[in-house]
Design a protein around this ligand. Structure first.
Ligand code: HEC
Length: 211
């Protein structure tokens, strides 16, 4: 009997320590984090686009977490400053990602603002990046007769030559594709999050004389 009591109390202690270290402490660390003032909440179109991003598994190839320059050359790759906890304030669930088969997308909206480029690239990545191994997402688009698309007031994709459908037909985006692109265009975390570095004393004195 004595051994069972020891076993049960040992298990409780281990569980208690694990809960404190993995649940309570992280919660205390992040509960007071505020969103940076320049970070805007998602629009409803962007939130729908985020769901398309999740449903299509973009997170399996794309991270959303540029690293600090001491940990990797993400800044030199043009992916932006290291992210901070506040940047993720509106992200539920977060889409940090752990694989980088493709580039980090945390600042893709700043790097590539073109709606036409994003739509065409989702329809056929190889039309824009010849050696791309990203899958194409044809089911986010419909191929239609040009006349029908015109009559319905839809805007066809401006695809590069060689990637257009048969003559007389055009590719038009579905609402899911349009929402996804709104989400991608909105991914811009290039605002500063740290206070500017203090000026050297001599220089700030010279500045105040000049004013
Ligand atoms: C199998 C891995 C894979 C999946 C899944 C994937 N991608 Fe990609 N993606 C890549 C690769 C590789 C590149 C780089 C080549 C290129 O630009 O096509 C890329 C490039 C991109 C770029 C351009 C990035 C830049 O810096 O120019 C965007 C935007 C993008 N992907 C969005 C998406 C979205 C949205 C999804 C989900 C619908 C997705 N990707 C799914 C592998 C993937």
């Amino acid at each position: 009997m004595e051994n069972e009591v020891k076993l049960a109390s040992g298990a409780m202690v281990a569980l208690g320590i694990a809960t404190a270290a993995l649940v309570v402490m992280p919660y205390l660390e992040v509960r007071d984090i505020k969103p940076p003032p320049q970070l805007k909440p998602y629009t409803s179109a962007q939130l729908r686009g985020r769901e398309v991003y999740v449903a299509n598994g973009c997170v399996y190839c794309h991270s959303q977490q540029p690293r600090d320059r001491n940990l990797g050359p993400d800044g030199q790759r043009g992916w932006g400053r290291a992210s901070v906890p506040g940047d993720y304030f509106y992200d539920r669930p977060h889409l940090l990602g752990s694989m980088r088969t493709g580039p980090d997308l945390f600042n893709i909206g700043a790097r590539q603002p073109s709606k036409d480029w994003h739509l065409g690239h989702l329809y056929q990545p190889r039309a824009y990046v010849p050696d791309s191994i990203m899958p194409s997402y044809p089911y986010l688009f419909t191929v239609k007769d040009e006349k029908d698309a015109q009559a319905e007031g839809e805007q066809p994709l401006a695809l590069p030559p060689g990637f257009r459908p048969m003559i007389g037909q055009v590719v038009v985006p579905t609402p899911e594709a349009l929402d996804l692109v709104k989400y991608l265009q909105g991914m811009d975390h290039t605002y500063p999050v740290l206070p500017p570095e203090p000026k050297p004393v001599a220089q700030s004195k010279a500045d105040s004389h000049a004013q």
